[in-house]
Design a protein around this ligand. Structure first.
Ligand code: FE
Ligand code: ZN
Length: 265
């Protein structure tokens, strides 16, 4: 079986969609499409047939392309979380995924991981074979999504008990190019961490060349992402300074770091 082909497609100002192509069967799906023309051009160049839309969550910058794509082909499968299906907030959704459920693109199998926090419906698509996870707005390069609907407890679970335990060589394909600004915050709260300093330098250079900083790897996130380092001294001190009394309460620490990030510019 050939490898899963992954093509990153810039969308809007700083979003990424991903075309996932099974060469063996000539079929493709797209994760988080908001602007169909760029995605359709990629699929045409691959000579693939688009068969499914995979949504991580219902925000418009991730599903804004569904209606236009469905108008072209009403038979497209549309996947998203069971929560979003129940609430009817992913246009055209045909299947609501529960935690651990398998989904296929051609001969490649992904596991749907339920990672609510940024929103209460949020799926990450994990390909163990391809060593890749598509995590939308839950985990970003050196950061995490804002808590629009969920709680610090949910974000702690998603980052540190679900995504963070995937193999270190898993490639992290997130929903936005936010790595450079996230690392500015990481330097602020964890600036003595040489891995953060080194990543900031290399990310700044990559951005100056106009390159994407996504994907990273889970191992790099564990070394540099403040929200995955909440047990480490600098993050604990930042949380204490923000008023957290019980530093053993991981969710409270994460919540404090998230609040600090919200106020950081
Ligand atoms: Fe979002
Ligand atoms: Zn987004």
């Amino acid at each position: 079986m050939g490898e899963l082909e992954i093509v990153q497609v810039p969308q809007l100002k700083d979003n990424y969609a991903y075309v996932l192509h099974c060469r063996d069967e000539g079929v493709a799906c797209v994760v988080d499409c908001s602007e169909p023309p760029a995605v359709l051009a990629v699929i045409r160049d691959l000579g693939a047939k688009l068969v499914a839309l995979w949504a991580t969550h219902h925000h418009w910058d991730h599903i804004g392309g569904h209606e236009e794509l469905l108008a072209e082909d009403a038979k497209l499968e549309v996947y998203g979380s069971s929560y979003d299906m129940e609430n009817g907030r992913v246009p055209g959704q045909t299947r609501g995924l529960v935690d651990g459920e398998s989904v296929q693109i051609g001969r490649h199998t992904a596991r749907a991981l339920d990672v609510p926090a940024h929103t209460l419906g949020h799926v990450a698509y994990y390909f163990e074979g391809a060593k890749a996870v598509f995590c939308g707005d839950t985990l970003f390069g050196a950061g995490c999504g804002r808590l629009f609907e969920g709680t610090p407890e949910l974000m702690h679970r998603a980052l540190n008990e679900v995504l963070g335990v995937l193999p270190g060589d898993t490639r992290v394909f997130c929903g936005h190019e936010y790595t450079e600004s996230n690392l500015r915050f990481a330097l602020h709260v964890d600036g003595d961490n040489p891995a953060v300093v080194e990543r900031y330098d290399s990310v700044r250079e990559a951005r100056a060349r106009g390159e994407s900083t996504v994907p990273s790897t889970m191992a790099l996130e564990l070394q540099t992402n403040p929200f995955m380092r909440i047990g480490e001294v600098p993050l604990q001190e930042a949380a204490r300074a923000h008023g957290v009394a019980d530093l053993k309460d991981a969710a409270q620490v994460l919540g404090a770091i998230r609040a600090l990030k919200d106020g950081f510019s």
